[in-house]
Design a protein around this ligand. Structure first.
Ligand code: FMN
Length: 170
């Protein structure tokens, strides 16, 4: 089963609620997922994850410094090529998720575009969007695994989408 970790910084619970809904979406697509506060995250969890979502609320037009330091502490060798996603609650400008996605790309991750931002406390429809992000991460993971399997056994395990694209091209 693919694994995902959803890491967050949240001062009043808004980004945390988003993280938990993203986990729900992942689990509904059979991905083993958990939401963890950034300062409780272990390197083992990060290494074991096929996908990493990172969320932070915005303060003074950026992410808070401890989260910035946390992301900078991740090593390229550990996270490169993993699927990534950035999210966060915000009030009026919402820069943090964009900055997170930028840093994830610098680390060589395959980041879902666009980032997911929700204004203040997520309501039901916002939580549905978060679940959708979880499902999108799962979809990306499945495509990635199908491609890797295809590369290992040429001609055998080709993702259905790839077959369709080829057929439609002529
Ligand atoms: C001191 C302070 C500064 C803030 N600065 C920003 C900001 O620059 N841009 C923005 O979009 N929201 C800003 N916000 C709003 C928070 O991002 C927003 O309340 C968010 O929902 C908090 O989510 P959390 O509970 O996950 O931390 C600020 C809030 C506070 C209390």
């Amino acid at each position: 089963m693919p694994k995902a970790i959803v890491i967050y910084l949240s001062t009043s619970g808004n980004t945390k609620a988003m993280a938990e809904a993203i986990v729900e979406g992942l689990e509904s697509r059979n991905v083993d997922a958990k939401a963890v506060n950034f300062h409780e995250t272990s390197i083992e969890d990060i290494k074991a994850a096929d996908a990493i979502a990172i969320g932070s609320s915005t303060f003074y037009y950026k992410m808070l410094l401890p989260m910035e330091k946390f992301i900078e502490s991740l090593e390229k060798a550990t996270v490169a090529d993993k699927v990534g996603a950035a999210f966060g609650s915000y009030g009026w400008s919402g820069e943090a998720p964009v900055m997170i996605a930028e840093k994830m790309r610098e680390l060589g991750m395959d980041v879902i575009d666009p980032v997911l931002r929700i204004q203040y406390q997520p309501v039901e429809k916002d939580l549905e969007e978060c679940k959708m992000l979880g499902k999108d991460i799962a979809k990306k993971l499945k495509k990635k695994f199908a491609r890797e399997e295809g590369a290992a056994k040429p001609g055998e395990a080709i993702a259905p989408e790839e077959v369709k694209m080829g057929e439609g091209g002529h």
